[in-house]
Ligand binder design. Structure first.
Ligand SMILES: C[S@@+](CC[C@H](N)C(=O)[O-])C[C@H]1O[C@@H](n2cnc3c(N)ncnc32)[C@H](O)[C@@H]1O
Length: 284
């Protein structure tokens, strides 16, 4: 690896008492450069909130245009490298919206294999901007693929709370400790509210970062820590390595610092890396 890539930040967080001390490494480079410098099978999980193809200039960065050939020529070589750096039991989560998710899914099928497609997750939110002319577009899509059939999924850690429907159905039977009994095929099984329910591929319990949210950094398209935390908790264990190649304000790096995962990532924009550095130092 070239040292110059990693000069920007090398943080070891000794403030918390982690089981293992994890490193957080971020640099201002084009992601192709970082990817090409990484060894094969060195990363457990990739999460990236990619360029959505809006064609917009966000001030801090310019998005790609929603032109299929441009999207494919940007992502295909990067996806091939991302697969190479993933460990055999690793996985990738790419976040986007509905402008390019159909093209991205075809590309990811090609690179990771149709059989390694696991989920298309919907993150539903209620942001500003409403229309009466069509259905309001209020969800992002996260495409989740694994490198092989052998992968980690900590479903117990990311389980959902029980649904409103289940709660209403058993409300009368729930005792003061939260226990209730379900009768199915003549067999009675006891549950508690704390058991929750198995995780689903749509989330509506994580809100968009509003103006009064203390997480807000002012960097365009910043994502909530809670969202990325859910993926990191589901697909890695402490001490594993997570990568983000479109880092922005550094949300993934901060999450990894909090969850005691090693992190490596980059952004082409120097201001993004400066902001990431200050968030890591402040632990926010
Ligand atoms: C959607 S934003 C990420 C926002 C981030 N999830 C957050 O919470 O702040 C995408 C980022 O990718 C960066 N980017 C665009 N092209 C890049 C490239 N070729 N290499 C590295 N970073 C790139 C942009 O500068 C931008 O900060």
């Amino acid at each position: 690896m070239q040292n110059s890539l990693f000069e920007n930040i090398q943080l070891n967080d000794f403030r918390q008492p982690p089981l293992q001390q994890c490193s957080v490494v971020c640099s201002t480079v084009n992601n192709t450069e970082l990817l090409l410098s990484q060894p094969n099978e060195s990363v457990n999980m990739i999460y990236s909130d990619i360029l959505y193809g809006t064609g917009r200039n966000f001030g801090e960065y310019e998005d790609l245009k929603p032109i299929r050939i441009d999207i494919e020529s940007h992502y295909l070589p990067r996806l091939i490298e991302m697969k190479r750096v993933l460990k055999q039991n690793g996985c990738i989560y790419l976040q986007m919206d509905t402008r390019i998710n159909h093209w991205m899914r075809i590309l990811m099928d090609e690179v990771f294999g149709y059989d390694n497609f696991r989920n298309e997750i919907s993150w539903c939110y209620n942001s500003q901007g409403k229309t009466t002319k069509q259905w309001n577009k209020k969800h992002d899509v996260i495409l989740y693929y694994t490198k092989s059939e052998d992968f980690i999924f900590n479903s117990d850690i990311v389980k959902d709370s029980i649904s409103d429907l289940t709660y209403r159905r058993f409300q009368k039977e729930i005792d003061k400790y939260g226990y209730y009994t379900v009768l199915k095929n003549g067999k009675r099984t006891q549950y508690t509210l704390a058991d929750g329910s198995l995780p689903k591929d749509w989330f509506e319990d994580i809100t968009y970062i509003s103006r009064d949210n203390k997480e807000l950094t002012g960097y365009p398209t910043q994502k909530p820590k809670e969202l990325i935390k859910r993926f990191v908790l589901a697909s890695t264990n402490e001490g594993d390595t997570v990568a983000d190649y479109y880092l922005g304000s550094g949300t993934t790096a901060v999450v990894c610092q909090e969850l005691n995962r090693n992190f490596i990532g980059c952004d082409i924009n120097e201001k993004a890396i400066e902001l990431t550095k200050s968030r890591l130092l402040d632990g926010r």
